[in-house]
Design a protein around this ligand. Structure first.
Ligand code: ZN
Length: 134
């Protein structure tokens, strides 16, 4: 199960951050960016997250998933385009094969919301996790 392993890696990343916090805040929402090209099912991710956070420090935390579309760049046309399966992901203008993916492959934590005071949010900058690394 792809989503189960993804979720394990995700929770580990959050745990590492959480354990470094002196006040161990209660995390309320995890904002996640998931690229369409990662082949991760958001519903499967939600389910795995719920199961794996049960009775942990993340119990009750909400997983907010934002999907990013697949975007490629064509060097011949010097333009970005949205690849389509029907065109075998080739450039719709010149039909060059897709060779430069600009977005859609990422799986990363955007930010965490936690309940220390109202509206606190933090950036987890060094946590870009690409699907291919997991
Ligand atoms: Zn082109």
């Amino acid at each position: 199960m792809h989503e189960v392993d993804m979720t394990k890696a995700l929770i580990l990343t959050i745990k590492n951050w959480w354990e470094e916090q002196p006040d161990r805040p209660k995390i309320s929402t995890v904002h996640l960016t998931v690229g369409q090209f990662t082949c991760v099912e958001p519903a499967g991710l939600q389910f795995a997250f719920e199961v794996q956070t049960h009775q942990t420090f993340l119990e009750g935390a909400v997983l907010e998933i934002r999907e990013t579309p697949l975007i490629a760049f064509c060097h011949s046309c010097q333009a970005e385009y949205q690849p389509e399966i029907g065109l075998r992901y080739a450039c719709p203008t010149c039909h060059s094969p897709m060779d430069d993916i600009r977005s859609g492959r990422e799986l990363k934590i955007d930010r965490l919301e936690y309940a220390l005071s109202t509206d606190s949010a933090t950036d987890l900058t060094p946590t870009k996790v690409y699907a291919s690394d997991l």
